[in-house]
Design a protein around this ligand. Structure first.
Ligand code: HH2
Length: 280
């Protein structure tokens, strides 16, 4: 499997690491640490040195209860960072659900759109169809402001799978080649602890949709529930979750702790003898 991502071709024989750069004052695990352009770019370069295969730049926290951010503010946070990082050797993703900003980010050098709304906003499908970027279509139930209040599913795995299948069809129907599409069950986005567990165990079933699956478990609340640790203390838990997701077929791991994940993956791949990855 090869992901087409602007001018990049990403082989997915081994799981790729997407390093998170939150240019926000309020993200759940690292809010405020990289809120200035200078700090965000410095952090992004450090993640590349640690072995990130893709960088995901976000200007809006989507943690449960987060307030929406205006386009002007989101633009101010991410565009300069993307411009500075374009050409840094790894694809730059932008984590946004605003079509207008998607277009501006692509013009600034982004080659991957990470959309927690799965291109449902008016104009988003058409905009991405006219580009060559890769796109991540994520499932969520509700909106960040209210999504954790009372998530409900009759069958979470089947409902998430059907939704993602429909969004892949919509994307292909709009003219987005399959080689550019990634799907994500959206851990923590309108899901209880039990919903998240069911979905992580069902990753192989999601992978049968035939496009790469991205897993974003890093530092999330479910790991805090298991370990009793705060978000910043969930590195070991996150690495275990990333390895489990990779073993269940996730092809892209969205993580805050790139070096720890990379080294753990390198050991796992070497022991398994099926894939190769080097530590840093
Ligand atoms: N999780 C977060 C944000 N964006 N995108 C995808 N595709 N999948 C995810 O699981 C996902 C995501 C939340 O994590 P983070 O960006 O660290 O926090 P915040 O939303 O508070 O900025």
């Amino acid at each position: 499997m090869v992901l087409h991502c602007g001018s990049y071709r990403l082989a997915l024989q081994r799981p790729l690491i997407m390093g998170v750069v939150n240019v926000t004052p309020d993200s759940f695990s690292d809010g405020g640490r990289y809120a200035s352009q200078q700090d965000a770019v410095r952090h992004a370069r450090a993640l590349i040195a640690e072995g990130a295969d893709i960088l995901d730049i976000g200007g809006e926290s989507t943690r449960p209860g987060a307030a929406a951010v205006s386009i002007d503010e989101e633009r101010r946070r991410v565009l300069g960072v993307i411009k500075e990082l374009a050409g840094c050797g790894v694809p730059i993703s932008v984590d946004t659900r605003k079509p207008e900003l998607m277009g501006e980010a692509i013009a600034a050098g982004a080659s991957f759109i990470n959309d927690i709304s799965a291109l449902e906003e008016p104009g988003a499908l058409e905009l991405i169809a006219q580009s060559t970027v890769a796109v991540c279509l994520m499932h969520k139930q509700g909106e960040p402001q209210n999504m954790q209040q009372s998530p409900h599913y009759d069958d979470v795995v089947q409902e998430v799978r059907s939704y993602l299948a429909a969004r892949v069809d919509a994307a292909e129907g709009a003219g987005i080649a399959r080689e550019r599409i990634v799907i994500d069950p959206g851990f923590g986005f309108g899901k209880t602890y039990d919903h998240n567990l069911a979905l992580v165990r069902a990753l192989p079933l999601l992978a049968t949709l035939g496009v790469p699956v991205l897993a974003g478990l890093s530092r999330k609340a479910m790991l805090g529930r298991i370990t009793g640790r705060t978000a910043g203390e969930r590195v070991h838990a996150s690495v275990a979750a990333a390895l489990f997701a990779a073993a269940r077929g996730a092809r892209i791991l969205r993580v805050h702790d790139v070096l720890a994940t990379r080294e753990a993956l390198a050991v796992w791949c070497a022991l398994a003898g099926t894939m190769t990855i080097s530590g840093k």
